[in-house]
Design a protein around this ligand. Structure first.
Ligand SMILES: Nc1nc2c(ncn2[C@@H]2O[C@H](COP(=O)(O)OP(=O)(O)OP(=O)(O)O)[C@@H](O)[C@H]2O)c(=O)[nH]1
Ligand SMILES: [Mg+2]
Length: 255
């Protein structure tokens, strides 16, 4: 907790959730430190069997700006991020960044995202905004992402091009206003759920184009189950949003 405030944003914590990312964690942490020396890092590890947590701990031991949150077991991306957000809130950070460990989100893009956060509550690093790119994805993944985003936009009315993207900056004040107590997503529908809550809370959402690169090491945790979860949850939220009396958004206190 020794990072410097970022101009116009304040103290920033980058939360990196990890599960079996031993080949990636030792590369991503130094890249973040080099790209944005002012920010602190929290690796939120779900007791990875491959020793990711131990590797992260070794980095934390030699760098005061690197921290590790050891979680008892694999509970999904959503739970790891919520725990990381609570960690940031308890320590008075002004903003949190979501970033994958696998190198798909270039730490070198972080200064641009943080610059946009001066004038926004939520910044989404977007693959699908003008200027955004995806490198090395098979057609199947491209289609899944494009269709998923189209469906999310139509069902939920969230005015962003990349509601499923996971490279983001949230001001912690915005997270509090969003009522995260209702969040139930485990997999990547977490990103859609937070996009919806941000929009409904009236947050200023800005998209910054990014180049997203397919991971080169380790294995993806994406599965048919995660896709199915996103599909049925988006459908459910879409129905619920058309039935406002049942909506509980903003009333579920967090943290
Ligand atoms: N702590 C924790 N991290 C997770 C869990 N599942 C995934 N992650 C991490 O979340 C990030 C994104 O996961 P990926 O497997 O890359 O999923 P993805 O980016 O949607 O899929 P790909 O594009 O195929 O890589 C990575 O840093 C993972 O290690 C989990 O259950 N717990
Ligand atoms: Mg990935």
């Amino acid at each position: 907790m020794v990072g410097e405030p970022v101009d116009g944003v304040g103290r920033v914590l980058v939360v990196i959730p990890t599960y079996n990312e031993a080949d990636n964690v030792t590369a991503i942490v130094p890249r973040v430190r080099a790209a944005a020396p002012a920010v602190d890092i929290l690796v939120a590890d779900d007791d990875s069997p491959d020793g990711t947590g131990t590797l992260a701990e070794a980095m934390a031991g030699t760098d005061d700006q690197v921290h590790v949150l050891h979680r008892p077991g694999k509970e999904g991306l959503g739970a790891a991020y919520l725990a990381g957000f609570a960690w940031a809130h308890e320590r008075g950070y002004d903003a949190v960044v979501e970033m994958d460990a696998d190198g798909s989100h270039a730490p070198e893009d972080l200064p641009a995202l943080l610059a946009a956060a001066r004038y926004a509550d939520v910044v989404i690093g977007s693959r699908w905004a003008v200027g955004g790119r995806v490198v090395n994805w098979p057609l199947r993944r491209l289609l899944l992402s494009r269709c998923g985003n189209l469906y999310a936009r139509l069902a939920l009315g969230v005015p962003v091009s990349d509601a499923t993207g996971g490279y983001r900056v949230y001001r912690t004040a915005a997270l509090r206003a969003m009522g995260l107590g209702s969040v139930c997503s485990q997999g990547y529908s977490f990103q859609v759920e937070l996009s919806r809550l941000a929009h409904r809370a009236g947050a200023r959402i800005v998209e910054v184009p990014i180049t997203f690169a397919e991971r080169r090491h380790g294995t993806s945790k994406m599965s048919p189950l995660i896709v199915a979860e996103a599909l049925w949850r988006i459908t459910l939220w879409g129905l619920r949003d058309r039935w406002p009396r049942r909506s509980r958004v903003g009333h579920d206190r967090w943290p």
